[in-house]
Design a protein around this ligand. Sequence first.
Ligand code: GRF
Length: 192
Amino acid sequence: MLKIAILASGSGSNAQALIEHFAQSPWGRIEILVTNNPQAGVIQRAERLGVACKIFNPKTQCDEILLLLESSADIILLAGYLRKIPVNWTRAFEGRMFNIHPSLLPKFGGKDMYGRYVHEAVSAAGESVTGITVHHVNENYDDGAIVAQYEVEITPGEAPHSIEEKVRALELEYFGPTIESWIAQLNEQQWR
Ligand code: GRF
């Protein structure tokens, strides 16, 4: 069973879905949740669901937190984590760190493309399809190899909040299962 750490900065709906999903999974367990934001709603969610939570200051505690992550997790999931990941973290967890992005990358990705800014850009571009991307994390924003994408139809110019609702539903449904099947495949390869 793989040990999983979640990094999050916000309300934590994705983190909650991951915790609930892996509570029922034979492949992985959420061991710890780490946040840079002492006000984040995700802290209450983790406490309520019985997951250890660590709040840290990214300006002064990055090395300390990397040691904690290395000792407590096999893989890391970014679930609405808004800080840039330090290069020594991406190297230490190369191939074992994943992000969920609320668009069909490479469209609408990169620096400053997060949360509602993504949905505003999708709406303004008149797209008729959007979705989510689960991808590996490297040293550049939203740039790592894609693991899976899921699409949803939208009306060109649809309101950003309505797009957000549709995309959020995909995130909550698919992030956990996508990571679970990645872990299951890894195990299969090891047994071959
Ligand atoms: C989600 O839209 C996720 O795709 C993005 O940040 C948002 C996090 O929301 N990376 P929440 O904190 O999980 O509710």
